[in-house]
Every structure is written in C-alpha cells, then in structure tokens.
Write a protein that binds this ligand. Sequence first.
Ligand code: ADP
Ligand code: NI
Length: 214
Amino acid sequence: MNPIQLTEQYVKSSLEGAEGGHDWWHIFRVWQTAKTIAAEEYVDIEVVELAALLHDIADSKFHDGDEEIGPAKAGEFLKSISVNEETIKHVQQIIRNMSFKASLGERDFHSKELEVVQDADRLDAIGAIGIARAFSYGGFKQREFYNPDIPPNLNMSKEEYKKSTAPTINHFYEKLLLLKDKMNTDTGRRMAQQRHEFMELYLEQFYGEWQGEK
Ligand code: ADP
Ligand code: NI
C-alpha cells in the first residue's frame, strides 16, 4: 500500500466510534473535497491528501484544549510509514494552523496546501452537511435548536467561543454564514457560495415553520 492508503486505513481505525461531526466520514468528505480543489491549484498533492486525512486525528476540543496532540500524533504515524521529514513537517504545520480557533488567534504559517485543506474543511461545515453537523454537535452538547430570546454573539473571543452554550441556530450566524468570505481558493469560494445560498434557504424555511406558517 502507498502512504495515502496506509494513512486512510490508520485514520479509519483510529476514528472508529467517533461522534458524527468528526467521524471517518467527515475525513472522507474533506479528503474528496480537497482533491477536487487541489485539481485546480499547483500543490503537492501528497501533502494535501495526508493533511486532509490527518487533520482531525486528535481534536483539541476532546483533549482539554491541547492543540499539539494532533500534530504530534500525525507526525508519529507518518514517521512510522517512512514519509519524508519535509512532508511530515508540512503536514504538521497544516494541522496546527487549520482550525477556526487558530484563525481567531494568531497565524504564522501559510502554504497553498494549507489553503486547500482549510477550504475543504470549511466547506464541510456549510451546506446540507454543515447543517447536519451543526445539529449533531448541538445534540451532543444538549443545546436547544433555537431560542428567539438568545441572540447570536458576533464578537466572541477565542475563550468565549470555546465555552459558548448558545442554541445551534446561533452557530449559523456566529460561524457558518461567515465562512464563505473566508475561503482561500477560487474553487473553494464558488463551492462555498452555492452551499451558503442553500443554508439561507434552509433558515428561511426554519423560521417559517417555527411560527407555524403555512
Ligand atoms: P472542524 O473539526 O471541521 O474544524 P469544529 O471542530 O469547529 O470543526 O466543529 C465541528 C463541527 O461542529 C462543525 O460542523 C461545526 O460547525 C460544528 N460546531 C462547532 N461548534 C458548534 C456549535 N456551537 N453549535 C453547533 N455546531 C457547532
Ligand atoms: Ni475537520
């Protein structure tokens, strides 16, 4: 097996039993989308695929906020299958710099490969799948779907964002509807625009149904 296939197998088995938003199928979708975007860019496709496959191998959210566990685990695995040092370092930098939380704080690393994988990950947070993931996450956290008395908070700090217990609909305004303007690549932007419009239609329908409109 080549490094991509070995990594696919490793990630699939490590994520056995993971919750819906970060299970193997999230990784699978980000991987496919990353390849779609990469086809339009000059990138090292091996770095893109490895980073897409490994980007959520250990989410800091589930490890007391430790943001170095992911890169360390990915690096260890890639070393064990003899991927070259330079590729490993690049993949680790991508994982370190990918999350929305990282982009709220300071960012010190850039590469086209990071842009591609980050776009692919962001695309999985919007559109039909993004909606499913948001409500799945909200259920996991036992949040309300919607509460008209709790308005979205558009100026959250990194800490407030991590601690928030607001209804799931608020997350659309606090994050999901903002993602289309954060895309790095042209292909990513086009895909985001289409998924964004679908979410707006969804919200319109949601509020109508909430009020018992016919
Ligand atoms: P990723 O792992 O893709 O970088 P996150 O860890 O930030 O993304 O979130 C995983 C999924 O859970 C995303 O689809 C995101 O929109 C959703 N999510 C995160 N926070 C909330 C929230 N407060 N309410 C609803 N969904 C959320
Ligand atoms: Ni992800």
